[in-house]
Ligand binder design. Structure first.
Ligand SMILES: Cc1ncc(COP(=O)(O)O)c(C=O)c1O
Length: 360
């Protein structure tokens, strides 16, 4: 048999556009929730030296023992209850590959993290999204009703949620865990920005089907590294070994994340300032006419404005934010990452100017 034409992609991918936030070369980039400040200089110097000591002609440690042990020590868990992967996106994909897949369903909230539908599709998992309540919190009755009908094998919650910035909290996680038979995944990509005690990590001892994912990409200022991790029952980590690629986390990333943990205090020293800056930007935006700023426990703000093409008009002024109008069903809604003071001032100036232009 011979064919002259191109090979057809899987039918369910035929209409899919490659996903990803725009990476544009503009002066102010506030669209992907990284921390604006680079990692500490001392870490970078140490990393350079550490890389020269790595045996890069050999495959990396498949079990990432040193990094998992360091994370385990930080969390007061045994290392067999810790998993690491190439960003928390890979952690989430591996969870769906292990527990979702064809014939199985996941349950998420809307609005929620935009990658959940992508990861579900890639893993062949059907996804049901339940709208958040009018107060921005999960509607537990609706979650329970959908759970009863669909019997999800995976539930995806983010604490704090993206793009709303709201915390989920332990009571909601307990209720959701009670309402389903599947694995409850709480994605804590931004939890280091939230007040102390906001993590649902303590519930791991109480809820047997709970896992908590985290990342080095946000407060740890290492988005370029691609390291995420998961805390939970050892049996889950054992199942993830069934789906992972043999060397899924490279040696440089493993070593760099270990070093970052050793420098944790320096890495996270920016948190108080970032939170203060978030509150400054939130107050300044909320003072503008017609602008609603959602309370946030993360390093970004969900902002509703009366300007339907705000995203494009900010971009025309060199400020890139995230267009979330469709995600939150509100024209003029954007999600703004907290940047440096200078970047945030540029953002505030641009929003003010666009609003003023609309009023004249
Ligand atoms: C809620 C949430 N989870 C997970 C991630 C993925 O982070 P990474 O793959 O960089 O660890 C992000 C990134 O934006 C996020 O917003």
């Amino acid at each position: 048999m011979s064919g002259a034409g191109p090979v057809a992609v899987r039918p369910e991918l035929a209409d899919v556009e490659p996903y990803g936030a725009p990476q544009l070369d503009v002066p102010v980039r506030l669209n992907t929730n990284e921390t604006a400040e680079p990692p500490p200089a001392a870490f970078l110097a140490e990393l350079g030296a550490a890389v020269t000591d790595l045996a890069l002609h050999r495959y990396p440690d498949r079990e990432a023992v040193a990094l998992r042990s360091a994370l385990a020590a930080r969390e007061g868990l045994d290392a067999d209850r810790v998993w690491v992967a190439n960003g928390s996106n890979e952690v989430l994909l591996q969870l769906l590959q292990a527990y979702g897949g064809p014939g199985r369903r996941a349950l998420g909230l809307r609005p929620g993290y935009s990658m959940y539908p992508e990861l579900c599709r890639t893993s062949g998992t059907a996804l049901d999204l339940v709208a958040l309540g009018p107060d921005g919190r999960p509607d537990l009755d609706a979650v329970a009703a959908v759970a009863a009908e669909r019997d999800p094998s995976v539930v995806l919650l983010a604490n704090p949620n993206n793009p709303t910035g709201a915390l989920v909290g332990p009571d909601v996680v307990r209720s959701v865990h009670d309402a389903v038979r599947g694995l409850v995944v709480v994605d804590e990509a931004y939890v280091e920005f939230a007040p102390d005690g906001a993590s649902v990590r303590p519930l791991l001892d109480e809820l047997p089907r709970l896992v908590v994912s985290r990342t080095f990409s946000k407060a740890f200022r290492l988005a370029g590294l691609r390291v995420g991790y998961l805390l939970g029952p050892a049996a889950v980590m054992a199942d993830l070994r069934r789906v992972r690629l043999p060397y899924h986390l490279d040696a440089i990333a493993q070593r760099a994340a270990e070093l970052a943990l050793a420098h944790e205090e320096a890495f996270l020293a920016h948190r108080a300032a970032t939170v203060a800056e978030r509150d400054r930007v939130a107050a300044a935006l909320a003072a503008l006419p017609g602008v609603v700023v959602h309370p946030s426990a993360a390093n970004f703000l969900l902002v509703e404005t009366p300007v339907v093409d705000l995203f494009d008009r900010l971009l025309a002024r060199g400020v890139l934010v995230r267009d979330v109008a469709a995600a939150v069903d509100r024209p003029g809604a954007v999600r703004i990452t907290i940047g440096t003071r200078a970047e945030d001032d540029a953002l505030l100036g641009a929003v003010t100017a666009v609003l003023a232009a609309d009023r004249t």
